[in-house]
Design a binder for this molecule. Structure first.
Ligand SMILES: Cc1ncc(COP(=O)(O)O)c(C=O)c1O
Length: 491
């Protein structure tokens, strides 16, 4: 069930951590503790002049008044309990290392070395990193792809069900929903199937911290009955960059194990600015989320339809991703009919029209429309897209790439952990076909690895990476700045 807007006099109107910090900075304490800038006194003057003093005063540390993230007994405990209430969880944890840290903690906190987990191969690299660290063994499943757009959709319940039947010893099922492009899988069905078979369901909901707060948005992990989920409050709602949350519900997660791992994976010096932003982002969503989302959904739906009236552009529609659901606040605009790559279009939008997109791919540009945006932002984007289209219409279409994000993943030859720690040799990427990779190669964003440790490198993957680099994508690998060498298993 969706969150009902909390009244302004309800417990959700409190922000205990924010209140504690706001009170603390008014007191005449003389700080003999970290951070060394001592509440801004030692901060670079130009920076202080630019942004003011109070933000630095609030950059505090573990003190009796501010509580301790790793042994919360005061205002952080209260703030996390309020978050659990707002997110319909039994327990919520504040994270300061993003959903990357959340995914690592979730996998290490739930799984033991040798546990098998059904997991989509097209996950964010932090999930594969969690497999390396936990020693869990992946059973990779594969997403549906929209062939017309060459766009990865998400995993279907049927694919999960097949994997469950084929792997009766799997301990858990992992899904990522929404994807970077806002494509949500049928979490309700996947949870039901998995729970029927006593499997734990983990969800990477990095792109969905808002889902719970509006009835027209796809179901969130907690509503669907997942056992545990991670979400990036900083990506879509008002958390500061790196601020995320982890939510747990039901009896299937051993809280003691999870909390022990959270002590290992997070900085021992959590930023109080990030933690406070989580306290306030939760309050904002609980009290005003529904209204804020109502407005941004209405504007983004209208904007999508206006973009689709522009000759040469196409904005992904909910029908294109069926049977999956599309978060309407994500706008994926295909520009290939203008004869431009997404990278070129994104650059022109930035340099000529002052529009910064979230990400570009070879044939599209993706925009996030959030609760912070209104009609004037929608108008700016529409104006810029119209101008872009009118100056390029007729020059297209872009020659179709004969290579897409590799969907023909090779079978796993070694587990990610075995490969990551294997003795390696360095080879040129071009000469690596057929070898087993010990490392990741990722096009960023979206951060889904093209090559993961343990897989034999395919001709298709190498060709895709080289094509993407030529087109202007950012390749992230250990030697991404170099012509491209990769570590492969020596024997
Ligand atoms: C699906 C998904 N999961 C996890 C992450 C990692 O999130 P964070 O940037 O908060 O560490 C990302 C980041 O882009 C992502 O797209």
């Amino acid at each position: 069930m969706k969150h009902r807007t909390s009244p302004h006099n309800s417990p959700q109107s409190r922000a205990p951590l924010f209140d504690a910090l706001a009170k603390y900075i008014k007191q005449p304490k003389v700080p003999f503790h970290t951070p060394g800038h001592k509440q801004g006194k030692g901060i670079d003057k130009a920076w202080r002049r630019l942004v003011g003093d109070d933000i630095f005063r609030m950059d505090l540390t573990v003190l009796p008044e501010t509580d301790c993230l790793f042994h919360p007994t005061g205002v952080i405990k209260q703030a996390q309990a309020l978050a659990a209430g707002a997110y319909h969880a039994d327990k919520s944890y504040f994270l300061i290392n993003g959903s990357t840290g959340g995914n690592l903690s979730m996998l290490m906190g739930v799984l033991f070395p040798g546990d098998r987990i059904i997991v989509p191969r097209h996950t964010h690299k932090s999930v594969i990193a969690g497999l390396i660290m936990s020693g869990a063994l992946p059973i990779y499943i594969h997403p549906e792809v929209n062939q017309e757009w060459g766009l990865i959709l998400n995993v279907s319940p049927e694919v999960v069900e097949k994997a469950l039947i084929k792997n009766p010893d799997a301990r858990a099922v992992f899904v990522s929903s929404p994807t970077y492009h806002g494509i949500c899988c049928d979490l309700g069905k996947i949870v039901k199937l998995s729970h029927l078979n006593d499997r734990i369901v983990m969800v990477d909901q990095a792109h969905g911290p808002h889902l719970l707060f509006h009835p027209s948005l796809p179901a969130s992990a907690m509503e669907a009955g997942a056992d545990i989920c991670v979400e990036s409050s900083h990506k879509i709602i008002s958390g500061l960059t790196q601020a995320s949350m982890l939510h747990v519900k039901g009896p299937n997660i051993d809280i003691r194990d999870l909390e022990e791992v959270l002590l290992l994976t997070q900085s021992t010096s959590p930023s109080y600015l990030l933690l406070t932003s989580l306290d306030l982002a939760r309050r904002q969503m609980a009290l005003e989320g529904r209204n804020l989302l109502e407005k941004s959904i209405a504007i983004s739906v209208k904007l999508r339809s206006s973009i689709n009236k522009i000759k040469g552009l196409y904005c992904l529609n909910p029908e294109d991703v069926k049977p999956f659901k599309l978060d309407p606040t994500k706008l994926t605009v295909f520009v290939d009919k203008l004869g431009l790559t997404g990278y070129q279009a994104s650059k022109i939008l930035n340099q000529k029209y002052d529009i910064q997109a979230e990400m570009a791919d070879w044939d599209h540009v993706a925009f996030i429309f959030s609760i912070a945006d209104g009609q004037s932002e929608a108008d700016s984007l529409l104006r810029a897209l119209k101008a872009l289209a009118s100056s390029h219409y007729g020059r297209g279409p872009l020659q179709k790439l004969d290579i897409q994000f590799p969907s023909n993943y090779p079978a796993m030859s070694l587990t990610p952990r075995e490969a990551f720690f294997a003795t390696y040799k360095m080879v040129k990427l071009k000469e690596a076909v057929g070898e087993i990779s010990t490392e990741f190669f990722t096009v960023y964003p979206p951060g889904i690895p093209v090559i993961v440790p343990g897989e034999r490198i395919t001709h298709e993957a190498v060709e895709y990476l080289e094509t993407m680099k030529r087109l202007g994508a950012i390749l992230v690998g250990p030697e991404s700045g170099q012509p491209g060498r990769i570590r492969v298993v020596a024997q």
